[in-house]
Design a protein around this ligand. Structure first.
Ligand code: CP
Ligand code: NVA
Length: 310
């Protein structure tokens, strides 16, 4: 196995960075965004750097934001699907990691089993970013925390309510509760809980509150996600039946704090996990949350490739 270049950092979960580093990236994301909006470009920050993007699943936001982000910073990105590379025909992850990381500067992977990003990272000479696995989605949380901070300031001590599936996004909120210091209430149907060990390791920062009406009381942020994640399409019917009481509606949101924010990583399905009135309503910041994927990931790329910017 090749040794990673000294100093190589991966971003496979929010636990790969400490709280100060996460906050530095989020501040930098807001700075890059403000400067870009003021007409200032950053086309020399990553001149000549190449990002390889391996996608085993579909993506709109992750692909567009990473590819655009690299271009805006002066680098470039390669989109690699399993149809196009030998990994899809059975070349091992270890061999693929060894070869790809000998040519590019940084790698982003979206795949199914989390073990795949871990294995790739173990054999990579360059930083590896998790662009979503069945376990978690840390890039999304950078954008979510950036969005919360821009509207409401520090999230530490606030109440966040997760409604719906105890899935990869829920797992990342459990990581975030510990890293950013908020209280997480999870309202999920029986049988759709997040991983027990992960939940236990979060201690008092996270709790399951079955009843969604109770879970949202005084919440500062309410978050949901699709009921049918990628790879779960064959269980759609039973999932829709189990999750129907967990739809985020205006009536449910009315139980939360008056200035509650609503987030959803998207893609959203109006009328299922969230009603159109909520998704398109005054508490929703989902479009800004989606745009912030671009800014947060540019800050992450800069951090991983250049070290902390002050
Ligand atoms: N939220 C998110 O990761 O979206 P995509 O699946 O479109 O990348
Ligand atoms: N939980 C969803 C998130 C999509 C960004 C999925 O894994 O499909």
């Amino acid at each position: 196995m090749l040794k990673p270049t000294p100093g190589t950092r991966h971003f496979l979960s929010l636990f790969d960075l400490n709280r100060t580093e996460l906050q530095t990236i989020i501040r930098r994301a807001n700075e890059l965004k403000a400067q870009q909006q003021a007409g200032h470009t950053h086309t020399t920050l990553l001149t000549g750097k190449v990002l390889a993007m391996l996608f085993d699943k579909a993506s709109t936001r992750t692909r567009v934001s990473f590819e655009t982000g690299m271009a805006q910073l002066g680098g470039s990105a390669l989109f690699l699907s399993p149809r196009d590379i030998q990994l899809g025909r059975g070349e091992s992850l270890a061999d693929s990691a060894r070869v790809i990381s000998s040519m590019v500067d940084i790698v982003m992977i979206r795949t199914f089993e989390h073990a795949r990003v871990r294995t790739f990272a173990q054999h990579s000479q360059v930083p590896v970013i998790n662009g979503l696995t069945d376990w978690n989605h840390p890039c999304q949380l950078l954008a979510d925390m950036q969005t919360y901070a821009a509207h409401r300031g520090d999230i530490a001590g606030r109440i966040v309510t997760w409604i719906g599936d105890g899935n990869n996004m829920c797992h990342t909120y459990i990581e975030a509760a510990q890293q950013f210091g908020f209280q997480l209430r999870i309202a999920c149907p029986a049988g759709y809980e997040p991983d027990t060990e992960l939940l236990q390791s979060a201690g008092t920062s996270c709790q399951i509150v079955r009843n969604p009406q109770q879970a949202v009381v005084n919440a500062d942020l309410v978050v949901t996600d699709t009921w049918v994640s990628m790879g779960q399409e064959n269980t759609k019917t039973e999932r829709q039946a189990a999750f129907t009481p967990y739809k985020v509606t205006p009536a449910l949101l009315a139980e939360a704090a008056p200035d509650v924010l609503f987030m959803h990583c998207l893609p959203a399905y109006r009328g299922l996990e969230v009603s159109a009135e909520v998704l398109d309503g005054p508490h929703s910041v989902v479009w800004e949350e989606a745009e912030n994927r671009l800014h947060a990931q540019k800050a992450l790329l800069e951090f991983l490739l250049c070290g902390e910017q002050t």
